[in-house]
Design a binder for this molecule. Sequence first.
Ligand code: HEM
Length: 150
Amino acid sequence: MGSVADVILRSFEIAAERCGDLTPLVYAKLFREQPEIERLFHRDISGALKGDMLGTVIESILDFVGDRHFSYVLIQSEVMSHEGHQVTPDVFLTFFPTLADCVRDACGDAWTSDMEAAWREVLAALKACVEQSIEPAAASPDRLASAAAR
Ligand code: HEM
């Protein structure tokens, strides 16, 4: 078995070999399960933004399972900045599992138990990352009290 990073990368590679661009699959599933989200993309007539955004999300996940050069901070800042697009943190918590489901479907019979385990681990870590941006430790009463005392 490879590292979690290797296994996740392999799952994306197989999904791309078998299904090409995941963009239509991911957004079709997202909008089927949460129809209210589709209207938030009303300005994206060409679909370019949805494609670019998914590309950034996939790059972020590949960084997140590796050295985390940028992904942790990027995801947390996107959670906050997307409030301006009426995208709540809850939607982030459903977007990542939706992507994982599409990768699994695209891999078909090439999906392995290692991939299942690696994705479960990564989804839990992404969830923690999103939740931490909603409830930053910096805002806890203890931290505020000690900052005020300084
Ligand atoms: C790591 C996760 C994500 C990244 C890196 C990301 C990145 C971006 C970027 C770079 C933009 C364009 C610049 C901007 O206006 O901020 C954007 C816009 C947008 N994103 Fe995301 N995004 C993420 C997650 C999501 C999720 C989960 C949703 C909801 C399904 C979403 C919905 C939107 C919408 C509705 C827009 C505005 C579209 C418009 O202007 O018409 N994003 N995102």
